[in-house]
Design a protein around this ligand. Structure first.
Ligand SMILES: CC(C)(COP(=O)(O)OP(=O)(O)OC[C@H]1O[C@@H](n2cnc3c(N)ncnc32)[C@H](O)[C@@H]1OP(=O)(O)O)[C@@H](O)C(=O)NCCC(=O)NCCS
Length: 184
């Protein structure tokens, strides 16, 4: 690690909220939009803690709502920057719901948000590089490059022929087709 790098743990943000009636729909389940608002806030804190700059949301990957979060449950959202490219940062969010009465906890969803550090004129500006310290952080760091290509491809910012991973992954998937798997 050099003096220009920062650790992933230094970017960590943990937010805790209780789900109140105002956060829920008619069935007593937390509204998806309310959860995404809190996730965006947590990710912004994490990105700004890392970059020491104003950071804006550039994109949100698939957000899947796996299990309902009920009124009265305690929500914990944990965010950290997993990798920095130039100005853009991938932030991972893990949402846990806790039922304090039953003393149970479950992971409700995970998502990646991309934030961009901006300068005083609103232009993108470099953010410090990040240093993964643990094997789990290293795995996330390595796989972030593929996820970045996928999101830039989907947003029309990257052509398949200019990608490093997408094209080779596609070709190796095709090469690994068995006879019975091959499309007719
Ligand atoms: C995000 C924003 C600053 C990017 O501006 P831009 O002119 O495209 O800037 P650049 O071309 O310099 O790109 C900046 C970075 O954003 C990344 N980026 C841009 N669009 C992206 C997307 N859809 N997904 C992931 N990364 C993206 C680029 O890859 C680049 O990354 P890098 O610097 O690490 O290589 C600009 O689009 C913006 O201000 N958007 C509005 C942000 C906002 O208001 N968010 C909250 C609203 S809900």
């Amino acid at each position: 690690m050099n003096e220009k790098q920062k650790t992933i743990s230094a970017s960590r943000c943990v937010m805790t909220e209780i789900v109140l009636p105002n956060d829920t729909n008619g069935f007593g389940n937390m509204m998806g939009g309310r959860l995404m608002y809190l996730m965006d806030k947590c990710a912004a804190i994490s990105a700004q803690r890392h970059a020491n700059r104003v950071c804006v949301t550039a994109s949100v990957d698939t957000v899947e709502f796996r299990t309902p979060i009920r009124e009265g449950e305690i929500l914990t959202i944990e965010g950290c920057v997993t990798r920095v490219f130039r100005s853009s940062m991938e932030v991972q969010l893990v949402v846990t719901a806790e039922n304090a009465l039953e003393n149970t906890r479950r992971v409700c969803n995970k998502a990646f948000f991309t934030f961009v550090a901006i300068d005083d004129c609103g232009r993108s500006t470099p953010a410090p590089q990040i240093y993964p310290e643990t094997p789990a952080e290293q795995v996330l760091y390595n796989s972030a490059a593929k996820r970045r290509e996928a999101r830039l491809y989907l947003s029309g910012r990257l052509r398949l022929e200019d990608s490093t991973y997408l094209l080779s992954d596609l070709l190796s998937a095709i090469a690994s087709f068995g006879v019975e798997d091959a499309p007719s």
